[in-house]
Design a protein around this ligand. Structure first.
Ligand code: 6GU
Length: 228
C-alpha cells in the first residue's frame, strides 16, 4: 500500500511514522509512506499556499492551485482509490473505516491548516473526509498520523503475530481483556490466579467474560455520556 501525505509542515509527521511498527512496516516494504511538502507547489517567488478568504473574515484559506497541482502530479504516476481530506468536520474515524482503507492500494491524505482548504477541492477532488474526534487540532498532521497508524497495523505481515490485530479492542466491537506481566505480586496487588493456572480453556473463558463485562460497562458509560 502506498500513502501520499500532503502537508505544509511535513516535519510534524516524520517522527510518528518513523519508529516501531510504522518503521518496520515500511522497512518490510508493506507500506510506502511519502511525505510531500505543499510549499514545493506554492505560487510565485514566495511559494504562496494560502490567502485571505473571499467575503472577508479572519483566517487564511489554503489555495486551490498548489493542492490541485500537487494531487495532479501524484495522479500522473499512479491511480488512487481515495483522496482523503483530514478535517474536524469529516466522518469520525472508527475501526470499520480503518479496516476498509487498509484494503486500498494507493491513497492521498491532505492535511488542512488555518481555516481549511478552498471548498472547490472538497467538491471536485476530495473523495472522503475524515476527523479523528469532536475537538479541533491546529492542523491535520497529527490526525493523519493517527489514521496511517490505524491502517498500517491492519495490513497482513505488519504485526509480528499475524492474528493479534484481530484481538484488538474494537474489532468485533469488543474491548480487549486486561493483561498482566511480571511480577506476580506488586505491593500486594496480585495478578488474577486463573492466568497463572496454565489451564488454557479457563484462561480463554475468563478473558472472554472480562471482554464482555468491559464492553457492557463502556457501552453504559457511552449512553449516559450521550444523555448528559
Ligand atoms: Cl482531521 N483535523 C483537525 N484540524 N482537527 C481535528 C481533526 C482533523 N480531527 C479532529 N480534530
Amino acid at each position: 500500500m502506498r500513502i501520499d501525505i500532503i502537508s505544509a509542515i511535513p516535519e510534524l509527521l516524520e517522527s510518528p511514522l518513523s519508529h516501531s511498527i510504522m518503521q518496520r512496516a515500511q522497512d518490510k516494504g508493506l507500506v510506502e509512506i511519502n511525505l510531500i511538502n505543499l510549499r514545493n507547489f506554492g505560487l510565485g517567488p514566495h511559494r504562496q499556499i494560502d490567502d485571505y478568504q473571499y467575503g472577508g473574515g479572519a483566517g487564511m484559506v489554503m489555495m486551490i492551485e498548489p493542492l490541485f497541482n500537487c494531487i495532479e502530479s501524484l495522479k500522473k504516476e499512479r491511480v488512487y482509490e481515495h483522496v482523503i481530506y483530514m478535517t474536524p468536520d469529516g466522518d469520525v474515524l472508527n475501526q470499520a473505516i480503518s479496516n476498509k482503507l487498509s484494503l486500498c492500494g494507493n491513497i492521498i491524505l491532505i492535511c488542512g491548516h488555518y481555516k481549511g482548504i478552498d471548498d472547490r477541492l472538497r467538491e471536485h477532488v476530495v473523495t472522503m473526509e475524515i476527523s479523528i474526534g469532536e475537538y479541533v487540532l491546529s492542523g491535520g498532521e497529527l490526525a493523519a498520523a493517527v489514521l496511517v497508524d490505524s491502517i498500517a497495523r491492519l495490513i497482513p505481515g505488519v504485526l509480528n503475530d499475524s492474528t493479534s490485530a484481530l484481538f484488538d479492542s474494537f474489532q468485533d466491537d469488543m474491548i480487549a481483556p486486561p493483561v498482566y506481566t511480571r511480577p506476580e505480586n506488586f505491593n500486594g496487588w496480585t495478578v488474577p490466579k486463573v492466568l497463572l493456572s496454565g489451564h488454557d480453556k479457563n484462561i480463554s473463558d475468563w478473558r472472554y467474560e472480562q471482554s464482555q463485562s468491559r464492553t457492557l460497562k463502556r457501552k453504559k458509560q457511552f449512553s449516559s455520556d450521550q444523555n448528559e
